[in-house]
Design a protein around this ligand. Structure first.
Ligand code: NAP
Length: 520
């Protein structure tokens, strides 16, 4: 277990806190826009290369760690994060404006995620071992880690999708060292978690290059990191613009590498008449919808940004309830001044479109950057004719879209961009129509929900937090849950190997007790 040291204000390169030589930045308190101490010096190209070189060197030994050793390491990171939880929550709240209750939950989610990944490493399923002993030829297959992974965290989850969040945890579980590009909106939080990871690296006497934490601007050092020949894969959560820019760099390298970028989604919700038939049910739905849009100031990649409501009496009643609920809301501080300004531009742009009206707006919150949540209303035809209505507004805003018939929902499902989630609300009376929509929603999204709301992502073995472009750059994977480990691995097969040379998971002895498919 470790205790926090004073913030160093610089990058962690090959195990040392190293002053950067490329200017500096500070974090900001978004409640006041005041800058925060300490300032963070930014790494230059040579310092970045030192980080990636150490990661490449560390890969040689880290890839060979046994499941028990690697799992214990992940548990140690989790223990260290828990030990620093108080400091992490305070600093993250200062840098992001998020409340301490939400952040306490996020820290616990992060350490629990690491422990779940540790369990998965011990169980060995992710090696995906398949053995065919003959009769013609002996062939054995398993997955091996890719190599050093560059990770870019998001602004909206300063812990769970950041320094030791899902991408870092899955890369380390796979056997890949990580070079993490700290998010400039929460530099102190990134460092505190970096201290937790460094403490675990030291405790297990690993090569220090297993984990590097680099400060710099995304457009400079982030781009260089994506282009660095020592980097073999990229994990990213954030804007479509950032994810695409990194993808282009990674794909145009002399040796292109995979990019797993989670970017943007509007997370459509399809409400059938049966779900609104009863006024109590309709009222609960309106309340839950409002909470889902406004929680964390709407800054969640799974926020429901489009809700399809039938025309007619029951739909009108629901819309009136939603308007009343939104009027009661109060804005919460957004993550940065820039993100609040981007939200305002998105809201103004949507309000200016023909056939779109503001249904209701809440009251701004105290301090800076806390605009009142907004709900708009329009109809399917307008949505189909105008892509602006389909664009994500990152923050507390949503569009209620009225439809005339279930056929229109099919048209919508066929025309929307790829999504992280698609949600159905219905009753048994609607099932015939719902069943026709389901295949379209499978094509549309990585996670299809019946009932409930898409915000609140379970971390487990079966969750998919991914989906077709632009939800992600690669729909064949997930950025949450243990399946994420396999993104940073690739299959290798061993043909007619002498028994003594076979790696553990595919050997007859199977000392790691990895689950295997044999001679099927
Ligand atoms: P972001 O701006 O894409 O930043 C994520 C990370 O990528 C940061 O470390 C950033 O560096 C880096 N980066 C950004 N552009 C880059 C580029 N061209 N090349 C290399 N690296 C780059 O995402 P965010 O901070 O989470 O959100 C900011 C905006 O994205 C918001 O205004 C929001 O509208 C939109 N957005 C975010 C999400 C989300 O889930 N987070 C979802 C939808 C939309 P810096 O530290 O230098 O910024």
């Amino acid at each position: 277990m470790i205790t926090a040291t004073a913030l160093h204000g610089c990058s962690l390169i090959d195990g040392e806190w190293v002053a950067g030589k490329n200017g500096e930045i500070t974090g900001f308190d978004p409640r006041t826009n005041a800058s925060l101490n300490p300032s963070y010096s930014l790494a230059n190209s040579a310092q970045l290369r030192a980080a990636t070189t150490s990661a490449k060197r560390a890969f040689e030994s880290y890839r060979l760690t046994t499941p028990e050793v690697r799992a214990d390491f992940l548990d140690s990171i989790a223990d260290n994060i828990d030990a620093l939880s108080g400091e992490i929550v305070q600093r993250a709240s200062l840098e992001t404006g998020l409340g301490t209750t939400r952040l306490t939950g996020e820290v616990a989610r992060t350490s629990n995620q690491l422990r779940l990944f540790a369990e998965t490493v011990r169980s060995g399923q992710f090696h995906r071992v398949r053995i065919e002993r003959g009769p013609r030829i002996d062939l054995r297959q398993r997955q091996v880690p890719l190599g050093p992974v560059a990770v870019f965290g998001a602004s909206n989850f300063p812990v769970a999708f950041s320094t030791a969040g899902g991408d870092t945890a899955s890369a380390l579980a796979a056997g890949c060292p990580v070079v993490f590009k700290a998010h400039n909106a929460h530099p102190g939080t990134a460092e505190l978690v970096g201290q937790a990871v460094r403490g675990a690296v030291e405790k297990h006497e690993f090569d220090a290059g297993v984990f590097n934490l680099v400060y710099g601007r995304g457009v400079e050092i982030g781009q260089e990191l994506a282009a660095d020949p020592n980097i073999t894969a990229i994990g990213f959560t954030g804007s479509r613009q950032g994810g695409l820019a990194l993808s282009q760099t990674a794909f145009s390298r002399p040796v292109p590498v995979p990019v797993f970028a989670e970017m943007s989604a509007t997370n459509p919700v399809f409400v059938f008449p049966g779900a609104l038939a009863d006024l109590d049910a309709s009222s609960s739905l309106a309340e839950a919808f409002t909470a889902s849009v406004t929680g964390s100031s709407g800054q969640l990649c799974t926020k429901p940004g489009l809700v399809f409501i039938p025309r007619g009496v029951v739909g009108d009643a629901f819309v009136a309830l939603v308007a009343a609920k939104f009027k009661e809301t109060t804005g919460q501080t957004m993550l940065t001044q820039g993100i609040a300004q981007a939200w305002q531009r998105g809201v103004d742009n949507l309000a200016a479109q023909p056939s779109v009206k503001i249904l209701a707006q809440g009251t701004p919150g105290d301090g800076e950057n806390a605009p009142g949540p907004v709900v708009f209303e329009s109809d399917v035809q307008a949505l189909l004719n105008n892509v602006v209505l389909q664009e994500e507004i990152f923050g507390a805003a949503s569009l209620v879209v009225r439809y005339d018939s279930p056929d229109q929902l099919h048209q919508v499902a066929n025309s929307l961009e790829g999504q992280l989630t698609a949600t159905i609300h219905a009753s048994q009376d609607d099932f015939q129509e719902v069943s026709k929509l389901i295949p379209l929603l499978e094509d549309l999204a990585g996670r299809v929900l019946y009932g409930g709301w898409p915000t609140g992502v379970e971390v487990g073995h079966t969750v998919i937090h991914g989906g077709p472009y632009p939800a992600t750059s690669n729909a064949q994977s997930t950025s949450v849950g243990t399946l994420a480990i396999e993104r940073f691995m690739r299959p290798v097969s061993y043909q007619t190997f002498p028994a003594e040379l076979l790696p553990d998971p595919v050997s007859e002895a199977n000392k790691w007790a990895v689950p295997r498919e044999i001679d099927r």
